[in-house]
Design a protein around this ligand. Structure first.
Ligand SMILES: Cc1ncc(COP(=O)(O)O)c(C=O)c1O
Length: 396
């Protein structure tokens, strides 16, 4: 029989998702890897113990369970190595701690996930790192913001809540010219629809809590680095001890098996609803990068292979003092959508978005912004639910 790895390397993405990570032959033919709960690993003798001369040495440094997931993620990301951390937020903060020191400067996109900004404005500030926020559409113009001590440029595309696109290759080229590391929160696209390392990013960040886990029951982060940045990332992980739990690693690998088909459904339903919403009374704008009306759509078309299932709508707001009442009326009328944070799970979720933290990328002001995570439910039922929300908002 031909080598399994060779066959899989040339296979389609769903085939690779079904088989990546572990070889059943390694575990007596069981299809899934074992869940290894471990702190202590025993050594056969003192010399091996002294030299750490065996594959596994301690639970924080990897197990057969985390190795299986690691191999799958490295293959998807095209990375030299991946660390696991206990949440998507830690997948941002750990690499920031890896590459930034007191006296350094970082550039962070203004449409960033809010807790990332909070980390920058509090802990990084306390540690002596300064941060400036830049316009997501800045492209190569980011060069004007680079300082002699700029060590890290953080990207996130599409942006949180308002979905602004970024010219990642242009930004990465400028950052590299000035010796800065480029990180990207790629949670929206997953490596199925965008592979950051192929576009010049050094470190790809993923809240695996979302699509990889896929069932709203696991918190998990992955950080994947290219060869030049792997050692520093790995050393930081070992130094901080921010390892992830074995049951969670197992659940994320389990989620990966179906992530391709789930994403296809999320994509299809979300696009159908986004297109419908563009023509609906009471909606002033739909913020979805795969819509040709969306600023930045050309960047999405150029670089991305697909779109996931989360986007926002801006309601016709009337007077600013009625925006909140309209948003609440919309949310309170929903029966299928849950009112909750996070996304990437099997179920619809809605949230009234606050953009009050923005400094340069202000976002829409004509009405309230509602973020919709489109789940795996039937589209006609989701549409009927949104219609209930819109009718209630119109009545305010
Ligand atoms: C873009 C983005 N990055 C990171 C995170 C953090 O993930 P977690 O909830 O696992 O901390 C989120 C969570 O909503 C997110 O939307």
């Amino acid at each position: 029989m031909k080598n399994r790895d060779e066959i899989l390397a040339g296979a389609g993405v769903n085939t690779r998702l079904a088989h990546a990570g572990n070889d059943p032959a390694d575990y007596y033919g069981f299809v899934n890897p074992p869940v290894v709960h471990a702190s202590t690993v025993l050594f056969p003798n003192a010399a091996t113990m002294e030299n750490r001369g065996q594959k596994y040495t301690y639970g924080t440094r990897g197990t057969p369970t985390t190795d299986a997931l690691c191999a799958a993620i490295d293959e998807l990301e095209g990375s030299a190595g991946t660390i696991f951390v206990p949440s998507g937020l830690a997948a941002v903060t750990v690499p920031f701690l890896a590459y930034l020191s007191a006296g350094d400067h970082a550039l962070v996109v203004d449409s960033v996930y809010h807790p990332t900004r909070h980390f920058c404005d509090t802990m990084l500030k306390r540690l002596g790192v300064t941060v400036d926020y830049y316009d997501p559409m800045i492209g190569a113009g980011i060069e004007a913001l680079i300082k002699p001590n700029t060590k890290l440029v953080h990207t996130e595309a599409p942006g949180s809540n308002t979905f602004e696109m970024q010219d990642i290759p242009a930004i990465a080229a400028v950052a590299h010219k000035h010796g800065a590391v480029v990180t990207m929160d790629n949670t929206w696209a997953t490596p199925l629809y965008f592979r950051p390392l192929d576009f010049g990013v050094d470190v790809s960040i993923h809240a695996a809590t979302k699509y990889p886990a896929g069932h709203s029951d696991v918190l998990f982060g992955t950080v994947s680095a290219n060869a030049a940045h792997w050692e520093q990332l790995h050393d930081t992980q070992i130094t901080l001890g921010t390892c992830a739990a074995p049951d969670d690693a197992y659940q994320v690998l389990r989620g990966l098996r179906t992530m391709g088909v789930r994403l296809e459904r999320h994509q299809q339903s979300a696009l159908e609803l986004a297109r419908w919403l563009e023509g609906v009374e009471g909606v002033s704008r739909v913020l979805h990068p795969a819509l040709s009306s969306f600023p930045g759509h050309e960047l999405w078309k150029r670089d991305f292979k697909g779109a996931s299932g989360i986007f926002s709508i801006v309601l016709d707001g009337g007077a600013p003092d009625r925006h909140k009442a309209k948003a609440h009326a919309f949310l309170d009328a929903l029966g299928i959508f849950g009112l909750g944070y996070s996304w990437g799970g099997f179920e619809c979720l809605a949230v009234h978005v606050s953009l009050s933290d923005r400094r340069v990328a202000k976002g829409p002001t004509e009405g309230p912004v509602l973020r919709l995570q489109i789940g795996l439910e039937d589209v006609k039922d989701i549409q009927a639910d949104i219609e209930r929300g819109l009718a209630a908002a119109r009545a305010v």
